[in-house]
Structures are given as C-alpha cells and as structure tokens.
Design a protein around this ligand. Sequence first.
Ligand code: NZQ
Ligand code: ZN
Length: 388
Amino acid sequence: MFNFVFHNPTTILFGKDQIKKINQLVPADAKVLITYGGGSAKRNGVVDRVKAALGNREVLEFGGIEPNPHYETLMKAVEVIRAEGITFLMAVGGGSVIDGTKFISLATYYPKDATDLLYYGFRDITPDVVPQVIPIGTVLTLPATGSEMNNGGVISYGKGKFPVKSERVYPQFSVLEPEITFTLPPTQVANGIADAFVHTMEQYLTFPVDARVQDRMAEGILQTLIEVGKINVEQPDNYDARANMVWAATMALNGLIGVGVPQDWATHMIGHELTALYGIDHGKTLAIIYPALLDVMKKQKFAKLLQYAARVWNISEGTDEEKADAAIAKTREFFESLGIKTRISEYGLNKTAVDEVVTQLEAHGMVKLSETGAITPDVARVILEKAY
Ligand code: NZQ
Ligand code: ZN
C-alpha cells in the first residue's frame, strides 16, 4: 500500500427531512447566495425549503448553472458575490451546480484572470494562489459525482473540460435526502449509477498493492450499485434503493477508497472530450469508453480484472482469459441494463469522432493516461475505435 494522508472535513446530513438542520451549520450572520441549475430545484421546492431553513439570514439566488458548468456562467455569479458581499454559498443541485459553486468560491478572491485556475489540473489550488475562499454547503439533488463530499470540480471552457481541485473547497456540509432525488428522470439516474460505478473502478481496477480494506470497500460499492441499479432506474420512488444509491455514489468519490492505491482516470479524461465535443452526458461517456478500455488494457490490469471477476461477478468457470473477458462483458451488460448505449456509433456520430477526440486529448496534454501512463494518444485511438 502506498503512503497517504487522509482528511475529509465534510459533515453529511443523511435521510429524511434533513434540510432544516442547516440552520445550525451556516453562520448566523452569513449573507448567503443559493446557487442552482436550470430550475428543477425551484420546481420541486428544494430552494424554498433551503430558504425557510436559513430563517432571517439575508439570502440571494443565482440560477441557471448548466450541466457541465460553463466558466462564463460562473463568472456572472462571481460578479454578484463581489457586488453583494456574499459570505456563504449554498449549492442546490447535482455535480454541475456543486462543481460550479466550488469554482465560484475559488474565483471570487483570485486577483487575476480566473481562467488561470483552469490549468492547475489535479494540483491543489493553495492559499498563495487564491488567498481566500467562500465556504460552501450543499443540498445534493443527483447522486453521481461525489462532489458533495470531495474537493474537486470540472469546469467547461471553450472546447474543453478542466478539472479544478483545492483542499479548501470541500463542502462544509452536504444534505443527502434521497427523496429529493425522486424527481430525476430515469436517464439521469442511469447516468449517476454509471458514474459512481466507474469512479469506483478508476480507483480499484489498476494493479494490486495489497490494499485489502480499499479493495473490499470498492467491491462492496460495486456490488451495491449492481444490486440496486436497475431498481433505481425503474422505481424512482423506492426509498431504500435510492438511499443505497445515494450513499454508494458519495462513498465512491469522497477519497476513502482511493487512499494508498494507484488510480487510473483515463476513462474520465477521454469521456470529458466526448462531452466537450458532442454534449454526451458525463455518465454515458464513461459507459461508452470503459468496456473498450478494459479490453485494450486487459494485460496491464489482468490481476485485478481476475479479482473483479471472482469477487464482484462471482465468475468461476473457464480459463483466466475467459474469466477476464466475461467480467468485461458483464460490465458492458450492466451499463446497458440501465438503458445506456455503450457504443459511440449509437450516439449519431460518425467515425471522424475518433480522430477529433484524439486531437483534443493531445491539445489538452492528455498524452500519458492511466495508472501507468501507458495510454498515449495512439492507445487512446485504439480504445476509441473499439468503443465506436
Ligand atoms: O439544471 P436542473 O434543472 O437542476 O436539471 C438537472 C440537469 O439537467 C437535472 N437534475 C438534477 N437534480 C434533479 C434534476 N432533475 C430533476 N430532479 C432532480 N432532483 O439533472 C441534469 C444533470 O445535472 P448535472 O448536475 O449536470 O449532473 P451530474 O450530477 O451527473 O454532474 C455532472 C457534472 O459533474 C462533473 C461532470 O464532468 C459533469 O460536469 N463531475 C464532477 C466530479 C467531481 N466533482 O468530483 C467527478 C465526476 O467524474 C464528474 O466529472
Ligand atoms: Zn465521473
């Protein structure tokens, strides 16, 4: 197991009727900006519940943060914050609103052109870069990204999606009320399951480092998502199934299963280009790329693939090669069982997409991906051709 430091400061308020508790967690004298997306959080009454819980505090709203939040939209919120002297941000939404709010928090006190912040990648944005951030609380409306309990975000700018990370943008607290997610359309539920599944795999299916706790926690999350995945898509108001999905998605990317182990993230980086170029939902891009990536990287990942086959899918028949192939096939079938198409060609794109994605990966410096750096643009091309 590799060395690690683990610290996660986010308080989780999980279950029914939790929003009212934020009254104790937001400073009494805070001037609050509620950030939200295209309107679902207004329509289902969650923004109003947050306002009610905030009581007498001065509260402003900023709506219109789009999926794959755009830099330009977020900078409009920064202007409001600077003009109004906002001291606390309440993000009400899915990954896009929460990620966008993290960026808003970082950009407000950045003294220069905030596009600079898009080029730190996975490096921490430290106090010498951004001297002050605005504290964040969240109410999660879409279980998927783990953004409600982690320190990262992904921001769209031009033709790219840029990871942004800072230890100081962990939400101070996040409300996870599974019932809030009942209004999600089935396609977003499916996206969320695929996203949480691939987050787990990016940290689990690499090479063995004898990290038994992390491995078994990851396998538990994967098995849970397999058990409850289809139920969640088909029964939007099944509380127990949704509660398990919500917690699995949070646990998949709050840092816990990723400590001390190698991490891959190639599927995410390739998937981000598919979203940036063609607008395919984040979760769907992962379901397209991941089975093809496993196929191409089978040799590099062989030991963990066999562990995954045995422990997650209970595959015991055949040669090792057959077991690995069966596990990859099961993975694709799982995504398809949620109603997600797993081939690029099924999204109305022609084969030039393969070249376009490779060109963008190169433009963004994504030329040594995966846990070993072995996914060069040439290897990415093979993966994309297989995924087509
Ligand atoms: O905008 P509104 O009207 O709210 O509608 C949203 C949006 O259209 C809708 N929605 C959300 N909650 C709802 C709801 N509709 C009805 N009822 C509800 N309760 O769902 C749509 C998609 O929302 P979005 O926030 O974009 O989805 P998701 O949570 O999947 O977030 C995707 C974004 O997160 C980034 C992705 O790149 C993408 O930009 N990621 C962030 C990560 C992180 N911070 O750690 C990691 C991930 O790998 C991912 O890259
Ligand atoms: Zn993701």
